[in-house]
Design a protein around this ligand. Structure first.
Ligand code: ZN
Length: 288
């Protein structure tokens, strides 16, 4: 009897251990949202860089090391976005899989380096979703059917979103489809949907902007009659404010480029980020 009890008890513990959610660490908020859509409660997701955070200049914390050491999978953007990741993985002694969500995408290049902001084209976002779903299925085959179904449903929403963006952009007169953002996070968006963005900071937020760069931007704003200027949720707004004061442009509000807003904010999911950004672009560019 006692032997049977011990056997049943150990069986019980084994099932509890198997049923624990997958521990997934992602590098930033957009990947956290996509993974959440696919895993739907079957994974415990930790995002290293949180909402409104700037992954370009992120400095990992000791709790990040612990999260990675404890992870079943780590999901990153890749394309040089998380320059701090390799050292973090090493410090944590993590030997598991590092999944690159952008794998298979043909990156836009800038000065010999890939532009990391590939998620700003929704068709690339779909590739992220299929890469993340494949990684979850591999790590947790027991829930494969659920992950597949969620990914399929989410993918359909992204197809519809891509279509919606194209319809919205088409309402902006062609000569008004130009804007300024603080760093060059929207080249994939520009290429996919036909908006011309000018950005003083280049691909990363880490550099400084010289006085001559600002002067030449102000010239461009005047010469090309660019009226719409947007701030970004994760970068310093002062530069943009100077362009508005000296260049005569109009601030069109805040675009979410490299990070989502906190929950309940205007861009707290990958999908609502596009709804927010595109509505803002249409409103500002049509009006000014
Ligand atoms: Zn960026």
């Amino acid at each position: 009897m006692r032997i049977l009890f011990v056997f049943l008890l150990s069986f019980c513990f084994a099932s509890v251990a198997d049923a624990r959610p997958l521990k997934v660490v992602v590098s930033f908020s957009i990947l956290a949202d996509m993974t959440h859509e696919i895993a739907d409660g079957y994974a415990h997701i930790t995002s290293l860089v949180g909402p409104d955070g700037d992954a370009h200049v992120y400095e990992p914390t000791p709790s990040d090391v612990r999260a990675i050491a404890d992870a079943d999978i780590v999901i990153v953007n890749g394309l040089g976005f998380e320059g701090w990741l390799d050292r973090l993985v090493q410090a944590a002694g993590y030997k598991g899989r590092v999944v690159v969500a952008s794998e298979g995408i043909t990156p836009l290049m800038a000065g010999g380096a890939p532009d990391p902001h590939a998620w700003q084209n929704i068709r690339n976002g779909q590739r992220y979703v299929s890469n993340i779903a494949a990684a979850l299925i591999k790590a947790d085959p027991e829930h494969a059917a659920l992950y597949k179904e969620n990914a399929h449903r989410y993918m359909q929403q992204l197809v519809n979103l891509d279509c919606w963006v194209r319809v919205q952009i088409a309402t902006i007169p062609k000569e008004k489809r130009s804007a300024i953002t603080s760093h060059d996070a929207l080249r994939y968006f520009a290429n996919a949907y036909g908006i011309n963005f000018i950005a003083p900071l280049g691909l990363s937020t880490s550099g400084d902007v010289s006085a001559s760069t600002v002067a030449s931007l102000i010239d461009q704003i005047r010469a090309k009659h660019v009226r719409a200027v947007f701030m970004e949720n994760m970068s310093d707004p002062r530069l943009i404010q100077q362009l508005v004061t000296d260049g005569g442009a109009v601030i069109g509000g805040t675009l979410y480029s490299d990070a989502l807003s906190p929950a309940g904010g205007p861009a707290d999911s990958y999908i609502s980020m596009f709804y927010h950004n595109v509505s803002m672009m249409v409103m500002t560019m049509v009006k000014n």
